[in-house]
Design a protein around this ligand. Sequence first.
Ligand code: ADP
Ligand code: MG
Length: 240
Amino acid sequence: MVTNSVKLTDVKKSFNGHDVIKGVSLDVQKGEMVVFVGPSGCGKSTLLRLIAGLDTPTSGQIEIAGNDVTYAHPSKRGVAMVFQSYALYPHMTVADNIAFALKIQGLPKAEIDAKVRDVAEVLQLTHLLKRRPKALSGGQRQRVAIGRAIVREPDVFLFDEPLSNLDASLRGQMRVEIARLHTKLNATSVYVTHDQVEAMTLADKIVVLNAGRIEQIGAPMELYRKPANLFVAGFIGSPR
Ligand code: ADP
Ligand code: MG
């Protein structure tokens, strides 16, 4: 049985000769929430895009659910990504936004409708299904973006700073909601944030990145109590 959900082996990525990811190896187990933290520009989004297949590594290997997907098309990886910017289709209703990927897959309409209803219920979007994105609050839009990911039943959820555009109180609320969903769906998630509180409260494992390398991997309290170096101590220990 494969318990390894995402496996990176010595992944490197350079852009125009500039090394951005400098050899990252990582195991994410099924059911885990792994959070990437690190300063702006350290390569968090690039790593996530490599896992999603929005870009390919310069060298190294990426496996998902036991399959080598290093060069596989994004749609063949069993991943779904949630972005900071929501990326909803403005001209479509909430229901159509959630259903979009399933329509492309050619699922029967009755099946699509049932899945959209289920997802809407889980995310408390049922009363909003006929609205368009511009008639929603920021938190509601982010819920739709999450709904769009959930409805595809991916092996792995990828989150790139999904709450950065929300105000502080809503951010706290959505954080709790994401934690609840992750547990309820028994999901495997890789979550990028620069928010220390998000990392400490959501993560089973935190990966501290610095300039394209992993400084330390560990449970939140492990990093907090035994930071491997001053960089980790500064990043986990002090509020930012
Ligand atoms: P983070 O998400 O941690 O803030 P990124 O992964 O977005 O960092 O970026 C890491 C580094 O890679 C940055 O220096 C950025 O400018 C560079 N970079 C990212 N994508 C590209 C690209 N498509 N072309 C050139 N440089 C890039
Ligand atoms: Mg980023």
